[in-house]
Ligand binder design. Sequence first.
Ligand code: NAD
Ligand code: UGA
Length: 463
Amino acid sequence: MKVNKVCCIGAGYVGGPTMAVIALKCPEIEVTVVDVSKERIDAWNGPFDQLPVYEPGLKEVVKESRGRNLFFSTDIDGAIDRSEMVFVAVNTPTKKDGEGAGMAANLKYIEACAKNIALVAREDKIIIEKSTLPVRTAEKIKEILLKYGRKDVNFEILSNPEFLAEGTAIQDLFKSDRVLIGGDTTESGQNAVKALLDIYAQWIPREKILTTNVWSSELAKLASNAMLAQRISSINSLSALCEKTGADIDELSKAIGMDHRIGPEFLNTSVGFGGSCFQKDLLNLVYLCQFYGLDEVAEYWHRIVKINDYQKNRFAQKIIDGMGGNIKDKIITILGWAFKANTNDSRESPAIYVTNNLLEAGAKIKIYDPMVKKDRIRMDLKNIWESLSITEQEKKKRNSSVIIVEDQKVALNDSMAVVILTEWEEFKHFKWDVISKFSKVFDGRKIIKKNDLNVDSIYSIGV
Ligand code: NAD
Ligand code: UGA
């Protein structure tokens, strides 16, 4: 089956970049990305410098295809109706209430999409799970499609999880380590797998496209994130031991990583991992294990999240201790709000947690990030205060203790401590001469060399 028209529901960090790359690599396919958020769609259709997602190289890819075979729209029904293949890349955050609150993935957006597709479809369609989902979600989607869909329409559900990392999304999509496609073993299931495989095969070498059953594909995505997060929590737990013993965490990472069975990647110690996926997916995995009565397995994976919380709190405490145990009314500058460099995404960023701990201890905070917008930073703080059920009065107090600046010089002025929380390239080449010799620097990303600074005191994680 040759596919001519596809659409993607969800124009976020996954839907936008993945569809832009499919449109670029397959100019004969019409690709429409739809979303309920008019603001997001307007931004995708707006100036190339202000796309809603910041990713190196994304602007160029969108420039090439937008208006040719790549379209962004809020007409969800129209796009579903026209397309032979529907990707679903909506968000699957951790549930906030109800059964599984704080652990399980919230599938309400996925279920809404399934219902929408069922009600609109007049012809057979291939539905692709792009979102990260608990294993056996395809079963649930099928139930919804059967309940609401026309009896003469056939739906095939494929799992095709996305492995891109933010900040390197375009590079990752151009040269994926692997593309995973899970489908039913039936003839129509295998035809659907082949239709999707033919799209990827236009730029991904065939040997890197792996086909499996649906459940393996769904679970492989959660498991991959869990294994990656586990590496960071492992190295971060050792950073604490290095600080006690005089071992050097960088030397440790290098020595461990030289064993080819372990490898050098993803062993950089940090203030903790952030982002919209690792914590959410680990908790989702923990919940699944609990659901199947595998309590020891659940506890094992839960520890990875707990070590991450420990690392964020440990770092904040280092700052407080490093400033003599009292930071009340002291001005502290936070450099970096994004959860990693080269993205404007701050979901679950360690910066949110570290800043909140410092505010709780009475500090005055100045924040600078080159890409995250002011409103976003305020919203992140509001959300954490709400989740912690902090009183209105305390919220007001903490809010008035924060200023967000757009200039590095202003950020460093008058500051008694500088805290580096994102490894932005520009922080490595900062004009540090504006900070006082008596300031302290707390480097949560290990990007500053002692000789680059004229300050007396610098604390780097793991040293
Ligand atoms: P996102 O929040 O950036 O985007 C999701 C979009 O879906 C939003 O714009 C939202 O308005 C839209 N949406 C929600 N319900 C809708 C509906 N019923 N109809 C139309 N639009 C709807 O999320 P994201 O970061 O792109 O992640 C999407 C999924 O991909 C998640 O499951 C995530 O775990 C997974 N994933 C994310 C990444 C990443 O790096 N961000 C990488 C791999 C996988
Ligand atoms: C991660 C995975 O790397 C992707 O493969 C996956 O597709 C994605 O989650 C997802 O499912 O959403 P992402 O969260 O975008 O991608 O970014 P990472 O590069 O994995 O970084 C995650 C966090 O770990 C960041 O806060 C980063 O600073 C931290 N990190 C990463 C470290 O502290 N040390 C490292 O060595 C690597």
